[in-house]
Design a protein around this ligand. Structure first.
Ligand code: 5GP
Ligand code: MN
Length: 393
């Protein structure tokens, strides 16, 4: 979908045309001699839309109606929220409040401390800690926006309450295989983060020019977290169009990076050292690493919620490693082992997660859970590695 303009090959007029289009700021301008369009070899300007229009006219109308008819919106996301989940929830809440809507953010369980700095994080209601307050807000809600999750079961203990309220629901998500439980589905697994979907939506709805620095910061943080600081799932050029627009809305991307990836506590660094030195098992023949962490070890290091975030990525720095498995005893349910999987290239973590760990996710970053002891979880992981040995060796 692009427009082709033929301009006269007079340098000044051509330049003027190009500068004007750049100022319009709605299109990316390319140019080339295009013999089929213009056999006389006049220069041709090609206008690519900068951003993607994700909704059709009906969906835009439906979205506007759902939002304008609501008195109180609840915005929620998946259990154990990550940066993209918190970023998308907060960006939506800030935007709706700016437009005059009463809106509350509710997350099923606490988010990691390294997201505390995010604008509006203090106002988030955590269901597992504020059950009564959260239930009242959910019962009162007449619209839900469900961000960064593809299945109501990812709402964990909040699921029953949210699904028990018949109010309309809007899904905004980038996970594969979305479950059909919302009136409006904005599902785009090809995009790097739910926050990227929101960038395109805000652009399409004419909100991009009005974003506050706080909203833009939440969107950037979400995209940055889901791409490991733009080091994976981040090769699509339009991602950098989004970033360019967010920079023009006043974000400090260097500070956001420091806040998320370069802020630690002594205890976290000591735990990381222990995990790498003592707990990392390298299965050379399988190009796989396994790490385990029990609650007893966590307490020994005075570890806090979120301290292990990112640990699963570390073994993939070892040359040739294709898969990293992190088995993490759940702090709130000690009989549950949470599983994190990360891979490089084409290894399908999500298939392994679905087949062996009751989970799913993205090709290179997935997760799941096992209801068993750590010893049994290690045996399941070994079975999974064997089953996928042809893809790992
Ligand atoms: P993490 O390892 O950071 O907990 O999760 C990585 C990704 O895996 C998440 O962004 C999510 O897409 C997916 N994931 C994690 N746990 C589950 C789960 O229990 N079920 C499903 N379907 N996906 C999960
Ligand atoms: Mn996400």
């Amino acid at each position: 979908m692009y427009t082709i303009l033929v301009s006269f090959f007079i340098p000044n007029r051509y330049l003027l045309c190009k500068i004007t289009l750049l100022f319009l700021n709605k299109t990316r301008v390319g140019d080339k001699f295009c013999d089929s369009v213009c056999p006389s070899r006049k220069k041709v300007l090609i206008l690519f839309p900068i951003m993607e229009s994700l909704l059709n006219e009906n969906q835009i109308e439906q979205l506007r109606q759902l939002v304008s008819q609501s008195q109180h919106t609840v915005v929620c996301c998946h259990v154990n929220p990550d940066g993209d989940a918190v970023g998308s929830v907060l960006a939506i809440v800030h935007c709706l409040r700016r437009l005059g809507h009463e809106t509350t953010a509710i997350v099923p369980t606490p988010f990691p401390d390294f997201l505390d700095w995010m604008p509006g994080a203090d106002d988030i209601v955590v269901y597992s800690k504020q059950v009564e307050e959260a239930k009242l807000l959910i019962e009162k809600a007449d619209l839900f926006v469900v961000a960064d999750l593809n299945d109501p079961s990812r709402l964990a203990d909040m699921q029953e309450c949210v699904m028990g309220n018949p109010a309309p629901k809007i899904l905004i998500d980038h996970h594969l295989d979305p479950f059909d439980f919302c009136q409006l589905n904005v599902s785009h697994p090809e995009l790097c983060a739910t926050c990227e979907i929101l960038c395109h939506l805000f652009w399409q709805l004419g909100e991009m020019d009005k974003l506050t620095p706080e909203e833009a910061t939440c969107l950037y943080a979400g995209m940055m977290c889901d791409t490991g600081g733009f080091t994976y799932a981040s090769n699509r050029p339009v991602i950098y169009e989004c970033i360019s627009l967010l920079l023009s809305r006043g974000i400090d991307k260097d500070k956001i990076y420091r806040n998320v990836f370069w802020t630690s506590t002594p205890n976290r660094l000591k735990l990381m050292g222990y995990m790498l030195f003592v707990k990392m098992k390298v299965l050379r023949k399988m190009n796989t690493c396994i790490m385990t962490l029990t609650n007893e070890e966590r307490y020994r290091f005075g570890s806090k919620n979120g301290d292990t975030e990112g640990f699963v990525n570390l073994p993939l720095q070892i040359m040739g490693m294709r898969l990293s498995i992190f088995l993490n005893e759940d702090t709130e349910h000690p009989e549950v082992v949470r599983v994190s999987l990360r891979s490089v290239d084409d290894f399908p973590c999500n298939e392994m997660a679905a087949q062996f760990f009751n989970g799913g996710g993205h090709k290179n970053a997935s997760g799941g859970r096992l209801q068993c002891t750590m010893e049994e979880a290690v045996r399941v992981a070994q079975k999974a590695i064997q089953a996928y040995s042809a893809l790992l060796k």
